[in-house]
Design a protein around this ligand. Structure first.
Ligand SMILES: *Cc1c(COP(=O)(O)O)cnc(C)c1O
Length: 435
């Protein structure tokens, strides 16, 4: 499989080169040269496979330069600590719709499904090519805990996780900062998610790769993460499919999940529309509905993981569909969008609790609310987190709920992190000392 740059079609690379390309120059993102539709009979045959075999069958279409048995083993060990051997959990909900629960990995987020194999693949390469990897991660919540957990046991890998001070939930922070490992450095930035991303980009310009070290970014623009997420849309749509294609309602931030669903559709899996659901930070909604590219200031909401102004992955779709200004048909053939303001998120959490006695996290509730507003049948609500992580916000809405999952112990553990202003020279000195 070859990939080319979305800015320059003549810039062609192999999987392995993209895997190791850190934050690319000129914001270049790569996309498969061509995504071939898989034949319908072949797709239907895949339905018999378990998740591991299925994941292997899809990922080998995109990955070369690694022995098939190595790839298979990496996938297999990656999912051994999930709550279900099926990795995902698909439930039927009201009006014949479905609920796709992706949060069954060790840190209770869908991010685990891609981040754990990413860690294992990097560990595999770090031994083969004898290099130390420096991982950089900017997080608006769940990516950091998943990344820290996925890399914590690898001695040739050091991870720097940046998060906006006071802008993620207490539990999300504790999940990252209570892993007291020497190879994990938590960096709390006095700024927002975009500031963290900006600072990481500057670090990449300042610290160059050499014989010994190699810098890698594991944000959601990381192609391997997108690929591992494509798999669950293929698996889920195929397993639910019964004559009618499905619509996926996805709480969207940096657009990684929605891009993955789109690629799965291009591969020929039974997906109709992808509905991106946002909150008060509705850049995506503006673009998809009105072709309006206006940047807006980030507002803090109770759904912090989707408090993002410009979703980098969206550019991959724009490039793939070859969109020119005012030519929105191609986007609208594949995507719908919706926004749910903070006050409606709060109302909906209360509504679903009163009506179904079920508590939803503030991200998943955006997709549930959009579903109720828009469509009746053949829909899948994608759940991106568990309410337990946002328990303090939810308790303000429904005061008498109790914590059920065993996450209480987090509160008694020591935390390790360092707070930084936006002063770049102090930050870079700290990083250089750690290398
Ligand atoms: C990461 C995350 C999202 C956003 O996913 P994208 O792929 O960046 O669109 C949504 N909800 C939760 C809870 C997340 O952690």
């Amino acid at each position: 499989m070859f990939y080319n740059s979305i800015n320059n079609k003549l810039d062609v690379k192999k999987f392995i080169e993209i895997f190791f390309s850190s934050i690319p120059k000129n914001k270049t993102l790569f996309f498969p040269f061509k995504i071939l539709k898989i034949k319908k009979e072949t797709i239907l045959k895949l339905k018999k496979l378990n998740y591991i075999d299925f994941a292997f069958s899809i990922s080998r279409l995109f990955i070369d330069n690694i022995l098939e048995e190595d790839l298979y083993n990496i996938i297999k060990i990656s999912y051994k600590n999930f709550n279900f051997s099926s990795v995902l959990k698909i439930e039927k909900i009201f009006n014949n719709n479905y609920y796709l629960n992706l949060n069954n990995g060790p840190t209770l987020t869908f991010k685990d499904i891609a981040m754990i194999p990413l860690g294992n693949l990097l560990n595999f390469f770090s031994k083969k090519i004898d290099k130390n990897f420096l991982i950089f991660c900017a997080t608006s919540g769940d990516t950091g805990s998943s990344a820290n957990n996925s890399f914590k046991n690898f001695d040739k890998i050091k991870i720097f996780t940046f998060y906006p001070f006071n802008m993620i939930s207490n539990i999300q922070r504790k999940q990252m900062t209570t892993l007291l490992k020497n190879n994990i450095k938590n960096i709390s930035i006095l700024g927002n998610f975009d500031t963290s991303q900006f600072l990481i980009k500057k670090i990449f310009e300042n610290v160059k790769n050499n014989k010994k070290i190699y810098l890698i970014s594991v944000n959601s623009i990381n192609w391997f993460r997108i690929l591992m997420q494509v798999i669950y849309y293929c698996y889920c749509s195929l397993n639910i499919y019964d004559k009618k294609k499905l619509n996926f309602f996805i709480p969207s931030g940096n657009f990684g999940n929605s891009l993955s669903a789109f690629i799965s559709k291009k591969l020929g899996f039974p997906i109709n529309k992808i509905i991106t659901c946002t909150n008060d930070n509705f850049y995506l909604d503006n673009f998809i509905k009105n072709n309006n590219f206006n940047d807006c200031l980030i507002k803090k909401t109770i759904a912090p993981s989707i408090d993002i102004s410009i979703p980098s992955n969206f550019l991959r779709v724009v490039s793939c569909l070859n969109i020119k200004k005012k030519k929105m048909n191609e986007i609208n053939k594949n995507f719908f969008s919706d926004k749910v303001y903070n006050k409606y998120i709060i109302n909906s959490i209360e509504y679903f609790y009163n009506k179904y006695k079920k508590i939803h996290d503030p991200h998943t509730i955006t997709s549930l609310t959009s579903l109720i507003k828009n469509k009746k049948k053949n829909n899948v609500v994608v759940s991106t987190s568990y309410p337990i992580k946002f328990i303090f916000s939810i308790k303000k809405i429904i005061p008498n709920i109790k914590i059920k999952i065993n996450i209480k112990k987090l509160f008694f553990l020591n935390e390790k992190y360092k707070i930084f202003s936006q002063n770049f020279s102090i930050l870079i000195n700290f990083i250089k000392k750690q290398i």
